[in-house]
Design a protein around this ligand. Structure first.
Ligand SMILES: CC(C)(COP(=O)(O)OP(=O)(O)OC[C@H]1O[C@@H](n2cnc3c(N)ncnc32)[C@H](O)[C@@H]1OP(=O)(O)O)[C@@H](O)C(=O)NCCC(=O)NCCS
Length: 167
């Protein structure tokens, strides 16, 4: 039976799962690789303040009762109506439509609760799975941003996908 995908705000107790997921061999194009569980917990500790400042809203993705990944929206400080969505899913759960479902859930919150009216999704050009998630979630490829993303200490070109609330 297909389980439901839900999201909830991240908790400190999620650190161990995120540490394991993010250190997976196949996370080739994702820049964040915590070196220890403590490092991940220290990151999660900042979430409350980011939420209060309305700069970064990070959620844990649940598939049924299991933590399978994360999705977040980060708003630009000088254009607070613009947000960037990012996500990751445990490789054991890839291909079940979980990321697409999570993007739909966070997009609804961003447009209806966080005052965001434009969302971007950026991915390294080789990250075909992420590009597919953006397309399946109704985002349009707008172009290439030169040197926007950083991977393994090097800047890389990325695809920019976007969607505006009212068009
Ligand atoms: C990108 C990621 C979140 C996708 O998660 P997911 O839950 O498997 O995504 P979904 O199942 O919702 O959709 C994935 C789509 O990509 C497709 N896909 C996967 N690998 C692909 C590849 N190498 N080439 C083309 N399409 C690919 C899948 O077939 C699926 O499309 P379909 O339903 O039309 O078949 C997951 O692969 C991940 O966590 N990767 C590592 C972290 C990362 O790169 N995050 C994004 C940073 S921008």
């Amino acid at each position: 039976m297909k389980k439901s995908v839900t999201i909830r705000y991240q908790q400190l107790g999620d650190a161990k799962r995120f540490y394991e997921i993010l250190n997976s061999q196949n996370f080739t194009y994702f820049p964040a690789k915590p070196k220890t569980i403590k490092e991940e917990r220290d990151f999660l500790r900042k979430n409350k303040e980011w939420r209060e400042q309305k700069v970064w809203f990070n959620f844990t993705i649940l598939y049924g009762d299991t933590i399978v990944g994360a999705v977040g929206v980060h708003r630009e400080s000088h254009r607070p109506y613009c947000g960037e969505v990012g996500y990751f899913v445990d490789e054991e759960y890839w291909g079940k439509g979980i990321a697409v479902e999570a993007v739909k859930l966070i997009e609804k919150m961003a447009f209806e609760e966080f005052g965001i009216t434009r969302i971007e999704i950026n991915m390294i050009k080789a990250n075909k799975a992420s590009a597919r998630v953006a397309e399946k979630s109704g985002y349009r490829k707008e172009g290439i941003a030169k040197g926007k993303l950083m991977l393994n200490g090097e800047t890389c070109d990325c695809f920019v996908y976007g969607k505006a609330k009212n068009n």
